[in-house]
Structure formats: structure tokens, C-alpha cells
Write a protein that binds this ligand. Structure first.
Ligand code: FES
Length: 80
């Protein structure tokens, strides 16, 4: 789905760019402006920023949840 109509950027492109930035140890924090620059464009009207922020944080909050103690997959108790 197209999120940024000014630059014709999809949610998939934005999500992948944010993931690439997080995976790069020397990469920048994936802010909306940094994600746009990573994709070779510049923000124009800024109307898409609330949605872009949601997409960027969607993934990072999933990772944060998974890294919390006690929120990972439960281990089955091996009983007798
Ligand atoms: S809709 Fe993204 S900058 Fe205008």
C-alpha cells in the first residue's frame, strides 16, 4: 500500500529501509527523514509522517516485546 504519495513509497519499502538501517551497526536511527534519505528521497508535505512513524516503530516494538524476559516462547515442563 502506498503510504507516501509525494514520493510514491509503499509500507513495504519503508519497513525494509527501517530494518536495513537497524541492521547496520554504523547506521543511523530510523527517523522518518533518515528513512526517506536511505531510500534516496526527501520528505515533502510531511502528511505521511504519522503513518511512517507507526511503520518504523511497528517492527521495533515487536523486537522489544520478544526481547523482554518472560515474553519469549514458553518452554514445556518435562514432567514425569
Ligand atoms: S505524503 Fe509523504 S511527504 Fe507528502
Amino acid at each position: 500500500m502506498i503510504i507516501c504519495s509525494c514520493n510514491v513509497l509503499s509500507d513495504k519499502q519503508l519497513r525494509e529501509a527501517a530494518e536495513e538501517m537497524r541492521a547496520d551497526p554504523n547506521g543511523k536511527v530510523p527517523t522518518p527523514g533518515a528513512v526517506f534519505r536511505h531510500l534516496g528521497c526527501r520528505p515533502r508535505c510531511g502528511g505521511c509522517f504519522p503513518a511512517v512513524i507507526d511503520i518504523i516503530h511497528e517492527k521495533s516494538s515487536e523486537e522489544t516485546e520478544a526481547s523482554k524476559p518472560g515474553t519469549g516462547p514458553r518452554k514445556r515442563a518435562v514432567g514425569r
